[in-house]
Design a protein around this ligand. Structure first.
Ligand code: BGC
Length: 754
């Protein structure tokens, strides 16, 4: 397709029209010029393609396979697994003639209450962005586009279409943009979806700094940006900012706004051309990549969904090695989720599947010693004494009780936030009462986000499945009966209680404003800095085997900030069961001019080892691994000094460490003004001479010798300390007029000319 030529042949009205959707799920076609339309469909963890015969029933989608949700997928810490998931999704899209699957979502889990956390990966931007990158690469390897969403800071559902997220510059870069950055740069998604919300008062759909300066100019994005469904407010401003495609389209109303703006001179037509070009380039590429002969195998993908789910589940407690289950024991499965699991969340990512594996049926493959009691209802939260009594009686008459619990659809979904972190009361009460009579109680959780666990000390086992997709029942049984050794690690912290969460005071904000008062201290960055106990830390997860870490090696202990650093470590499976370990690398800056987290994740690798086997895991660190975002240089900045390289099995289980000294060429700009403090100048020995006259005058007025060296050491230090927070202009007063404003201006001038 000669895109430039086509655009030159389109009228302004046609171009404006190309910049919005044909309907909910299609881009526009211009037949006279051979411009095809492509279909987009929701995902991201399955294909939610509107059924061709669904008429205007917007929610009627084809039967498809539901893979685990993002909250679970990230816990695999496994790039290859995400790539395989992406490949399968991409292939399904090819077979169904869908050109773009909407996702993945990589927003940061700022608060455990965000109703859509189940669709997001992590509280940590490094993990989120790397996992998203693998997902994208997998899908796009099949010639199908992705739409990385929701760009950016869509971290709550409350007033998601009008809220302004008030975030400071450093936090924007270190946390909320970083969650997208690697995925964009490394995986090159064909499209991005802008978020509904505003950031610092500007809608993402109209944010030129975001959609052009950062995304295209800094990160080199070459695809097109589409709006979230209905996120457009001022369409002309959106075109100017870099929002290429409006979805689903406003029946032409907003297209007219574009035309009007060009005609009245407030929008340059070249901006419209650019949007068309971006859209057509991707459409052309995706149409050419379409494979007519693609087929997909629903059963094979169902098996894959179960396999992936088992790689994501996290064993959080295993007292007395209660798991894997002894098949010769009499086991009670308790809880509605054993026969009807919660395996996906509600809203636009909802997959229409009819092949849901439940643990109760799947357990038959392992044991015929299993009985069942429902325990609770899921359509409301009421304590049903009869159901609980039946469950308690069953638990008493068996050797082990396995309770399937978690959150119901009433508790979390797209479209609203949770107001608390509790599980349904009826389930908490059930667990409490069963554990009272059965010491061998295990809880299997199905939930999209952390919950408080008042019963944690009275149960022996805990398996977190998150929302494991349609294969969840099989995956749970494979793990609890020992066919699969659990290897998931938490991609977010489980706090002891909601009020411990750093966003607690400002989530979800007041009216249309929420202030990110916790700044960069999101998730473990906060709990670590405050040295707080948590229920389960970031990166934590148990295994049926043990791993020993040794032989940490750094390629050098002295590097320049532009060098790469290779870190290797040996891991040995010292137990009797084969299994995978997620090795985590955190970097800790030992001394910094800005407040930094105690440590930050900068590498993770998953390694599979047979019993007794050892393997080497290798990480590559670069400049960015040591950098923070400086609000002085408005860029990433590395400060010279020592950094600790921490190798852990979780964020709170650091096994090995070493130190690297980094020499950086980065320099802060230093501009001296009358507001500059004496201390800032003292800190630069080469500048000290310029303020000596000020010090002399101060001493004279204070009736002290002007020769500091004559003073005792402690007096001298005290004087310097006193002066250090004093701005230059204050010296006019403190010198009783001996120093004048002109003198201060002169000093500033001299310093700035050094
Ligand atoms: C959601 C998006 C989704 C779109 C299309 C929006 O409401 O925020 O994630 O892709 O609808 O269904």
């Amino acid at each position: 397709m000669d895109i430039k030529k086509i655009i030159s042949e389109l009228s302004l009205e046609e171009k404006a029209s190309l910049c919005s959707g044909e309907d909910f799920w299609h881009t526009k076609t211009v037949q006279r010029l051979g411009i095809p339309s492509v279909m987009v469909s929701d995902g991201p963890h399955g294909l939610r393609k509107q059924a061709p015969d669904s008429g205007d029933k917007f929610n009627q989608s084809i039967k498809a396979v539901c893979f685990p949700a993002a909250c679970a997928l990230a816990c695999s810490f496994d790039r290859d697994l995400l790539f395989r998931l992406g490949q399968a999704l991409g292939n399904e899209c090819q077979a169904e003639n869908v050109s773009i699957i909407l996702g993945p979502g990589t927003n940061i889990k700022r608060s455990p209450l965000c109703g859509r956390n189940f669709e997001y990966f992590s509280e940590d931007p490094f993990l989120a962005s790397n996992i998203a990158a693998s997902h994208i690469k997998g899908v796009q390897s099949q010639g199908v586009g992705t739409s990385l969403k929701h760009f950016f800071a869509n971290n709550q559902e409350t007033r998601r279409m009008s809220i302004s997220e008030e975030i400071d510059e450093r936090t924007i870069h270190e946390i909320y943009l970083s969650a997208f950055e690697t995925a964009v740069k490394d995986a090159k998604p064909e499209t991005l979806m802008c978020s509904y919300n505003k950031v610092n008062g500007v809608y993402s759909s109209e944010n030129k700094w975001l959609l052009t300066d950062i995304l295209r100019e800094k990160w080199g994005f070459e695809g097109f940006v589409m709006s979230d469904w209905g996120a457009v407010c001022n369409r002309a401003a959106g075109v100017e900012a870099g929002l290429d495609l409006e979805m689903p389209g406003s029946g032409g109303v907003n297209d007219e706004e574009i035309v009007k703006a060009v005609k009245n001179g407030t929008l340059d037509e070249s901006a419209v051309d650019k949007c068309c070009e971006n859209i057509l380039r991707a459409v052309d590429k995706l149409v050419s990549a379409h494979r007519e002969d693609a087929v997909w195998d629903k059963n094979a993908d169902h098996e894959l969904a179960a396999e992936i789910a088992a790689q994501c589940m996290i064993l959080l407690k295993n007292e007395d090695n209660i798991l894997p289950l002894d098949k010769n024991k009499k086991i009670a499965f308790i809880g509605k989720f054993a026969e009807s699991p919660r395996f996906q969340g509600g809203g636009s990512s909802h997959i229409n599947t009819d092949n849901i594996s439940c643990a109760l049926a799947e357990s038959a493959a392992y044991s015929n010693n299993i009985s069942y009691a429902q325990g609770y209802v899921t359509d409301k939260d009421i304590i049903d004494e009869q159901l609980i009594n039946e469950a308690v009686e069953l638990a008493e008459n068996n050797d082990i009780a396995v309770i399937f619990a978690g959150l119901t659809d009433l508790f979390e979904s797209e479209g609203f936030d949770r107001s608390h972190m509790s599980m349904p009361q009826c389930q908490n009460e059930l667990i409490r009462r069963v554990a009272e009579v059965q010491p061998n109680t295990i809880v299997i959780l199905h939930n999209g986000a952390p919950v408080e666990m008042p019963w944690i000390n009275s149960v022996k086992g805990l398996l977190e499945t998150y929302l494991g997709g349609e294969g969840t029942g099989k995956a749970v049984c494979d793990i609890i009966f020992g066919k699969v050794n659990p290897s998931g690690k938490l991609a977010e912290t489980f706090p002891l209680k909601l009020s411990h969460n750093p966003s607690y005071l400002s989530f979800p904000g007041e009216g249309d404003l929420t202030r990110y008062s916790e700044g960069i201290f999101v998730g473990y960055r906060y709990y670590d800095y405050k040295d707080m106990d948590v229920l389960f830390p970031f990166g934590f997860g148990l295994s049926y085997t043990d791993f020993e870490y040794s032989d940490l090696k750094l390629s050098s202990n002295n590097i320049s900030s532009n060098d790469q650093l290779t870190v290797t470590v040996t891991v040995k499976n010292t137990g009797n069961t084969a299994g995978s370990e997620v090795v985590q690398l955190y970097v800790s800056d030992k001394e910094s001019s800005v407040i930094r987290p105690v440590k930050e994740l900068k590498g993770f690798e998953k390694i599979f080892l047979e019993p007794g086997q050892s393997g080497t895991v290798s990480f590559t660190l670069n400049r960015r691994s040591f950098a923070f975002y400086s609000t002085l240089t408005h860029d990433w900045f590395v400060e010279s000094g020592d950094f600790e390289i921490l190798i852990g099995s979780s964020s709170r289980d650091i096994r090995l460490s070493d130190t690297v000294n980094v020499t950086s060429e980065d320099k802060f700009p230093f501009v001296c003004t009358p507001d500059t403090t004496m201390g800032d100048i003292f800190a630069k020995p080469e500048l000290k001479k310029f303020v000596d006259p000020l010090v002399d005058s101060y001493m004279a007025v204070m009736d002290m010798s002007s020769d500091m060296s004559e003073l005792g050491e402690s007096t001298r230090l005290m004087l310097e300390a006193q002066l250090s927070d004093m701005p230059l202009h204050a010296m006019v007063d403190f010198s009783s007029g001996k120093i004048r404003h002109e003198d201060i201006a002169d000093i500033c001038n001299k310093i700035n000319n050094v």
